[in-house]
Design a binder for this molecule. Sequence first.
Ligand code: FMN
Length: 172
Amino acid sequence: MKILVLNGSPHPDGATSDMVNAFARGAESKGHEVRILHVARKNIRGCMDCGHCRNREKGVCAQKDDMQEIYPEILSADMVVFASPIYYFTLSAQLQAAIQRTYAIDIPANVSKVALILSSGSPYVYGPAISAYYQSIVEYWGVENAGIFTANGRQNKSEAKRQELYRFGSSL
Ligand SMILES: Cc1cc2nc3c(=O)[nH]c(=O)nc-3n(C[C@H](O)[C@H](O)[C@H](O)COP(=O)(O)O)c2cc1C
């Protein structure tokens, strides 16, 4: 399976990346191909609702920024993992920008399953992020939710959390 991870944390060595890397090691141990894209370190602007992708060139976004390299990755993936720190009770703005820019390609036909990885300072802060994930991705794309994983406070970068994410990756 080709697995794409969209990591919305600006920290390549942060807590979100720690979970993502453990997941990737587990998935790769079972022969899956994992590609991690750090969307928060890319130039991805918000959707302008210009209508280009719907009315002029179907499926083509008029904004020529780093999202252009991400579209083919999403379209060729079998699974997409969304990873993000919690910012103000929801997904990071950088990951939300990438998700909203999928408006151009609409529902990626090849993707059959998705997952969500979240890191936060506090517990019980995940409601809006999980709701956005379910409504915008799981239900809208019509795909299987393979799992939702969270770490808060001292769980971040813990060996127990790494093992949990490794097990998830190796279960695919
Ligand atoms: C702008 C901003 C907003 C945040 N909002 C929340 C929040 O609402 N709830 C929470 O528990 N943690 C919040 N945090 C803390 C981060 O979610 C937490 O530090 C996380 O582990 C960072 O992950 P990273 O190391 O992958 O960047 C916020 C951090 C920042 C910078």
